[in-house]
Design a protein around this ligand. Structure first.
Ligand code: ZN
Length: 205
């Protein structure tokens, strides 16, 4: 197992549709193990394969939830069925997301409060569950990664302007950007108060 570098917005793999997983083999098991380790060291609650440069349709998550779903898992070849998304203005205090591929930034956006998730585990067994609240948000954020979409692509005009500015200021938006969890300084500046017992930041989906 190894922590892998996380690619930053502008890297092409983040902006293209990922391929379906065809083989549930030892290589997939290794990728999933590396994804868990990378997510944990980065303090995220979700990580999609394209974020470590692997253009395949799977993501891992680590998030307690009210939906009786195991708090840690992987979903391969997911299909999501979304509830309605409110058109209200998003609340910066309660609805701000962060993304490990847009390090150090947070912007609010509306998501569906409820989502049905179908897919497979690492052995190819079917998984299916309902997710609500922040867990539903995490599922939508990770699923978007598999379709070449970042949360910054979904912001309203006001937030999108701020995000574009930050991306330009950081020199992102071009290929080649990455950072190494556990080696580079934590871009979100987490301290213990920001993290749950397992060392994860539930806003960093
Ligand atoms: Zn993300």
């Amino acid at each position: 197992m190894a922590v892998r570098p996380i690619v930053i917005t502008g890297e092409p793999v983040l902006h293209q549709t990922a391929r379906r997983v065809e083989a549930f083999d030892a290589e997939l098991v290794d990728i999933v193990a590396d994804m868990y380790e990378t997510m944990d060291v980065a303090h995220g609650v979700g990580l999609a394969a394209p974020q470590i440069g692997v253009p395949l349709r799977l993501f891992v998550y680590e998030m307690g939830n009210d939906d009786r779903v195991p708090p840690r898992g992987v979903v391969v070849n997911p299909i999501l069925t979304l509830g309605k998304i409110s058109t209200d203005r998003p609340d910066p205090d309660d609805e701000s997301e962060g993304c490990l591929s847009v390090p150090g930034e947070n912007y609010p956006l509306k998501r569906a409060e409820h989502v049905r998730v179908q897919g497979f585990d690492v052995d190819g067994n079917p998984v299916e569950f309902e997710a609500t609240g922040w867990f539903a948000r995490c599922m939508q954020h990770e699923f978007d990664h598999l379709n070449g979409k970042l949360y910054t692509d979904r912001l309203d005009e006001r937030q999108a302007r701020k995000a574009r500015k930050a991306i330009t200021k950081n020199g992102w938006g071009v290929p080649g950007g990455s950072w190494m969890p556990g080696v580079d300084a934590d871009p979100f500046g987490h301290d213990e108060d920001d993290l749950d017992e397992g060392g994860h930041d539930e806003h960093l989906v």
